[in-house]
Design a protein around this ligand. Sequence first.
Ligand SMILES: O=C(O)CCC(=O)C(=O)O
Ligand SMILES: [Fe+2]
Length: 274
Amino acid sequence: MSRHELRYEILNAHNLGDDCTRTIDVHATPDELAQLDREGYLVRAGLFTGSALATLRDAVERLVESEWEQHRGKATGKRSWGIILRHLMDKDPAFLELLKYPPILSVAQAMMGPLVCLRGLSARVTFPGAERQETPLHQHLRVVSRPIPPWFSVPHSLDALIYLDDLSEATGLVSLMPGSHAWLDRQPPDTYEPIDGEIELHLKAGSVVLMHSNVWHRGGPTLSARRRMLILSYQPTWFRGSPYGVQPEDGLTKKLLENADEETKMLLGVGGYT
Ligand SMILES: O=C(O)CCC(=O)C(=O)O
Ligand SMILES: [Fe+2]
């Protein structure tokens, strides 16, 4: 993977004094960033392999086991998203390793600037069976109004869809609509069916899709083999965090914050703006 360096100056001498510059070692080429901006996605095949992939899978397995009752106790419908586990960095040290993972974080900082924080890390696990587990077409930042007001802030955040199993017809492909993150005048139709112009991705386990959070996308049905994936998201520091899930009171990130450097604090949502 080709890299390049980007240097930002944060115009906040009032608080930062001389400590205003941030140099990002971006794990992408300028052309790839331009594609991400234009199309809304970038595929990283085989980013996680070997023990790194196994460690993430094992950590997801442990959580599926410990949270099984909580998630499956209530739901047994005809169709669902499967189970979604949230606040992962508070629950297992394996996930904390992803907080500053350069191939993902550096791209978030290249696209949104140095002042970004974690929006969330969750896992989606789907199983074959009587209940059909898939998602409808959707986008993640549903905060746009029509007409666009003069001082509207276009919402941007980056999702890394980290696939821990192969994506196939058996496990469920991911489909997305290139360029749809920039369509501020409409919302995705409520459908589980393909739409004109969408692309379907077949990917090997360990592959990652870097995606603008407002790209229209859907996870296809898990028909005959279990499927596990993670969603690691970054947002500007001044965004409100994701509203989903309940953060554990004494989670791992709380301990980490006790002796954290400024970068870690910022990534965990403490400061990073005034
Ligand atoms: O499982 C996938 O491929 C996509 C999942 C998704 O879009 C979500 O959980 O928001
Ligand atoms: Fe999604």
